[in-house]
Ligand binder design. Structure first.
Ligand SMILES: [Zn+2]
Length: 226
């Protein structure tokens, strides 16, 4: 009776050992895993899987992969006008003749630009802050380059500023700061509608969201324009 039990115990401890990835047969392998594991959302097990996958590829493919990353880092530019990621000094959106240069949508980061662009509903331009005011992280208004935005509002006859920041305390703080800063300018300052999500049942919506939805109700004909 003892032997099978011992066998099972040994197998379990062996499989646990195999799961551990602290013992590398190669220093080069360990270095590569360490680098991948530094990426956000990548644990050491995933890092090992990715590295072993690359190791199985042809050398040319791995070289192309690493060259793409290096070229991205070395050659990427930030649009001088809106701070969006770009291959040229002025990005495709700012330089597009069909975009409305008098409507500026303020967002926190490039992912927000991509999200709004994916809706195909916005034809204005953007201003990417890169961060939002966050006292907890030591980011104050002086750390965000509002002067570029101010110059644009002054010089481009801007008519509308859309504040499209997160509905977090930091996002609201930054929205309010921008509102106070540009309220004196002869422009319309708007913010994204906040309310019940499409497909949500009212009884499950939280009180704040439902309350905002009632306050910010819209004419019915605007509700089916998408
Ligand atoms: Zn731009």
């Amino acid at each position: 009776m003892d032997k099978p039990t011992l066998g099972i115990t040994f197998e379990i401890s062996l499989s646990k050992k195999m799961m551990s990835i602290d013992q590398f047969p190669s220093r080069l392998l360990e270095d590569a895993v360490n680098e991948f594991a530094r990426l956000p959302g990548i644990g050491r097990k995933t890092a090992l899987r990715l590295v072993l996958h690359l190791l199985r590829q042809e050398t040319d493919e791995v070289r192309r992969f690493s060259n793409t990353i290096i070229q991205l880092k070395e050659n990427i530019l930030y649009c001088k006008s809106c701070n969006n990621i770009s291959d040229s000094e002025i990005c495709n959106i700012c330089s597009h003749s069909a975009r409305d240069q008098k409507t500026i949508c303020v967002v926190e980061n490039i992912r927000d630009v991509m999200a709004i662009e994916n809706t195909h509903q916005y034809r204005g331009i953007y201003h990417v802050l890169g961060a939002i005011i966050s006292p907890m992280d030591g980011i104050g208004p002086e750390d965000l380059k509002f002067d570029i935005l101010e110059n644009k509002i002054k010089n481009q006859q801007v008519t509308e500023l859309i504040l499209a920041l997160s509905t977090t305390m930091e996002g609201d703080t930054t929205n309010f700061y921008l509102y106070k800063k540009f309220n004196e300018f002869p422009i319309k300052i708007t913010t994204l509608a906040r309310g019940v999500s499409i497909g949500d049942e009212l009884e499950y919506a939280d009180e704040v969201t439902l309350g905002r939805s009632i306050i910010n109700r819209t004419p019915f004909q605007n509700s089916f324009s998408l």
